[in-house]
Design a protein around this ligand. Structure first.
Ligand code: SF4
Length: 350
């Protein structure tokens, strides 16, 4: 894009943003802590859903020092329902690093920010531009699409190599004055006007400088990347009861939902549960009695579509639970940080 075109895009976008900017809770302050928490929550989660979680999180952990001092379990419990718990663990780890290595203040450069756990190129650019007014680019789902269309860049996106030209274009566009507002304007334009399907080019403030619009290629850009097929998986969750308590297990390192609590699971559907219990390291010694069916839950993790049968049985033997396992009351279940299907199962228990 030529210099005059870039200047026109920047001016038009900033003016449009000034008129239409969304009033979002994290936009009421430029404090890097609030910007960071919101950016991490907004990865893979819709704006409307993040609003509630953001308010609750900031109430409970109002500063980076408060977050650093929290127990990981409390952070995960508050994150429950947002999914992708790795984000919460990294947020917690980064808060500790900021307190331990940076005197509790955010490093004010992209390189310094990227040295923190869970802060990648996009998040570093967002914090640097919004909180520190640095002319750093950002590329995420919305701005990526807008920039690709503005520049007429018709290549598959969403991979590091595919996105590199978009990062270069974004770096060429972001102005020295109001870089944070400009970046937020790009994201808003992608969310509200330059949508994936049927963008509203008729009301777009940068239509005059949009190559895709001017060349009639809006529907072709960005090119769709090949979709990965979802894998179908069947599992059975077992609610083992004993003396008014149920058995829960903590997900281990490297597992989905690491650090969260769940009901023991067996591979395969409920009809194979008896054999699965006999083979299970967790359940085989518990002398489980008759199995009854509670229902079925469907859920998705990464590219796996899981059909989860839920069964219940009573355990015959007593004894202490091993590390990473607990016998808990219904009340204690309410305060544990649980996987989302685990929480759905607790609701089945009544
Ligand atoms: S003119 Fe259309 S395709 Fe181009 S940026 Fe605006 S909404 Fe997107």
């Amino acid at each position: 894009m030529k210099k005059a075109g870039k200047t026109a895009v920047v001016r038009a976008l900033l003016a449009w943003y000034g008129r239409t900017r969304r009033d979002l809770p994290w936009r009421r302050s430029r404090d890097p802590y609030g910007v960071w928490v919101s950016e991490i929550m907004l990865q893979q989660t819709q704006v409307e859903r993040v609003k509630d979680f953001y308010g609750r999180f900031l109430d409970r952990f109002p500063t980076v020092a408060a977050l650093a001092a929290a127990a990981e379990h409390d952070v995960l419990r508050l994150w429950e329902g947002l999914g992708y718990y790795r984000r919460a663990r990294q947020l917690h780890a980064a808060a500790k690093t900021i307190v331990a290595d940076h005197d509790g203040t955010f490093p004010p450069t992209v390189a310094g920010l990227r040295s923190l756990p869970g802060i990648g190129r996009y998040t570093a650019g967002a914090i640097a531009s919004i909180a520190f007014d640095l002319p750093e680019p950002i590329v995420e789902a919305n701005s990526r699409r807008v920039i690709a269309r503005l520049a007429g860049h018709a290549a598959p996106l969403g991979t590091a190599a595919g996105d590199e030209p978009i990062w270069e274009l974004a770096a060429g566009l972001v102005p020295k004055q109001h870089p944070g507002k400009f970046n937020q304007a790009l994201m808003d334009l992608g969310a509200l006007v330059c949508t994936p399907e049927q963008p509203l080019c008729g009301v777009c403030p940068v239509a005059a400088n949009c190559v895709a619009k001017q060349t009639g290629r809006v529907a072709e850009i960005p090119m769709k990347a090949a979709r990965r097929e979802a894998k179908q998986v069947c599992e059975t969750a077992v609610v083992v009861r004993r003396a008014g308590r149920v058995l829960v297990v903590q997900r281990g390192p490297g597992e989905w939902w690491e650090g969260l609590w769940d009901f023991p699971r067996l591979p395969g559907a409920a009809r194979g549960a008896r054999r699965g219990i006999e083979r299970s390291e967790v359940l085989s010694g518990l002398a489980c009695g008759a199995i009854s069916r509670l229902g079925t839950i469907a859920h998705t993790v990464t590219h796996h579509r899981i059909t989860l049968d839920v069964v219940s049985c009573a355990a015959g033997r007593s004894g202490k639970a091993a590390t990473g396992r607990r016998w808990v009351t219904a009340r204690a279940l309410a305060s544990l940080a649980m996987t989302s299907p685990g929480r759905r199962i607790t609701r089945m228990l009544g």
